[in-house]
Design a protein around this ligand. Structure first.
Ligand code: T6T
Length: 327
């Protein structure tokens, strides 16, 4: 073996195994924090999107999913992510549109760029609104989703009767938008429909069940319920089934969980709105990578759209692919 070849081999043996280690997270590999709202199938599917994009793009992801919803749970997790010192970008679903502004400004001050998914800060207008520091909001148009839910429920109950909304928390942009869109359509387009109430279940399906059961007892002629997210729809559907009113009281479910689809097949749920959490997660990572590469024209708001599922299309593979599948 020539001296030159020997020297090259030596370099290869000594340097190559070391090289990837020295290019670790601290240096060249982009590190992205992922901090969604709560453990639920919606965010679990979003995590699949985040992980798929991270693998495709060769970035590190540090994921922390809060066990319960709320600023008091999300903020300490955020603070711990800031304290690590290695996070370059943060993909977060803020659990309150106002109260998470301060904690996220602290992240920005620490050099972390923010992308919000599913929920936004302020009014979600990151160009002209009160909050402009996040790069983008990537999520559903929830006001429009609420309108779609209202029209679906109105049709299911024949355009007349009493309806009720079960939701999670006030001041959360997603579910707040859904209730706004729903109420707007009922007020403007359906004079014979009365919205008899809105309850907040604090992301607890058992509370949602109890609240819906109480409304069913109070309003024996209730015609329909809108469950504004996974837990609300689960509780609403359960209460209707427990009361033996499946198919009598119509339920519209936001979020395409297996449970909601089961109730759709049984005739308790008439419409399911599937969001696109995989897309939200995947695109948020793409945005972080693009921003890091110097891309300056990323859109400040991206609406990911819906699949609207009913009994007629639930088995269409082009629709069924949006049902939340958690491994
Ligand atoms: O509906 C989703 C999400 O869009 C909302 O912001 C919070 O609740 C869910 O995660 C469902 O539980």
């Amino acid at each position: 073996m020539s001296r030159k070849l020997f020297a090259l081999l030596l370099v290869a043996i000594l340097v190559l195994p070391i090289a990837p280690a020295t290019l670790s997270a601290q240096d060249d590999v982009l590190t992205i924090g992922f901090l969604p709202g709560v453990v639920d199938p919606f965010y679990q599917v979003m995590e699949l999107g985040v992980n798929a994009a991270a693998e495709d793009m060769g970035v590190e992801v540090v994921t922390q999913i809060p066990p319960t919803w709320g600023v008091e749970v999300q903020t300490p997790i955020l603070d711990a992510m800031i304290a690590r010192g290695d996070i370059d970008y943060l993909i977060i679903a803020p659990t309150d549109k106002d109260q998470m502004i301060g904690p996220l400004e602290a992240a920005l001050d620490a050099g972390i760029q923010i992308i919000t998914v599913d929920t936004f800060l302020g009014d979600g207008d990151y160009v002209n609104g009160p909050v402009t520091f996040p790069i983008s909001y990537i999520g559903s148009d929830n006001v429009e989703g609420g309108r779609i839910a209202a029209r679906g429920l109105a049709e299911a109950i024949g355009g007349t009767g009493k309806v009720y909304i079960n939701s999670t928390n006030p001041n959360v942009s997603s579910v707040e938008g859904r209730a706004i869109g729903f109420n707007e359509v009922m007020a403007n387009e359906y004079p014979d429909i009365e919205v008899v109430g809105l309850d907040f279940n604090l992301d607890d399906p058992n509370t949602a069940t109890q609240q819906t059961a109480a409304v069913l007892a109070r309003e024996p002629d209730l015609a329909g319920v809108f469950g504004t997210n996974v837990f609300s729809a689960q509780g609403a559907g359960t209460a209707v089934v427990n009361a033996g009113l499946g198919g009598v009281v119509q339920v519209v479910a936001y979020d395409a969980t297996q449970f909601a689809i089961e109730l759709l097949r049984q005739g308790t749920v008439s419409l399911v709105l599937a969001q696109k959490p995989f897309d939200m997660g995947y695109m948020a990572v793409q945005f972080a990578v693009a921003h890091n590469a110097g891309v300056t024209s990323l859109p400040p708001r991206v609406q990911t759209g819906f699949a609207i599922i009913d009994i007629n299309n639930v088995d269409d593979p082009e629709i069924a692919r949006f049902i939340y599948q958690v491994p």
